[in-house]
Design a protein around this ligand. Sequence first.
Ligand SMILES: [Fe+2]
Ligand SMILES: [Fe+2]
Length: 159
Amino acid sequence: MRVNHVGEVCAQALYTAQAATTRDPALRRQLLEAANEETDHLAWTRQRLDALDTHASWLNPFWYAGAFTLGLVAGRLGDPWSLGFVAETERQVEAHLDGHLDRLPPGDAASRAVVLQMKEDEARHAQWATDAGAAELPAPAKALMRLAARVMTTVAHRI
Ligand SMILES: [Fe+2]
Ligand SMILES: [Fe+2]
């Protein structure tokens, strides 16, 4: 759940940075709307961490700064690539949440409900970005994102 919480910290940062860089007001509105849903996710995962009596990642300021920089870079590449980055990120997050559902203790209904709802929302964000004209990222970029996500999940799991 700590990893999920970090993911939502990063989602906030990404969407905010991307909203700041686009020149399209309609796209900016939609990015901010998605960022708003990520705020809900952030609150739910935080509540689960508190209920499970554990801490959030100590590195959250670092995750936020890193993701914000990435969002600025994606935004500077132009809207189709920026949206392509959203679509691929959300698809990877959805796959991660799917895997997390399998590993959650069966008795932890509250965590399950949170992860399920987030998975649904992330799938919708991916679909929205695709519909809005996302460019398909090249395979090496996707692989690099998976690698970065693996580093993040491994580190955030511990600290
Ligand atoms: Fe989210
Ligand atoms: Fe999302």
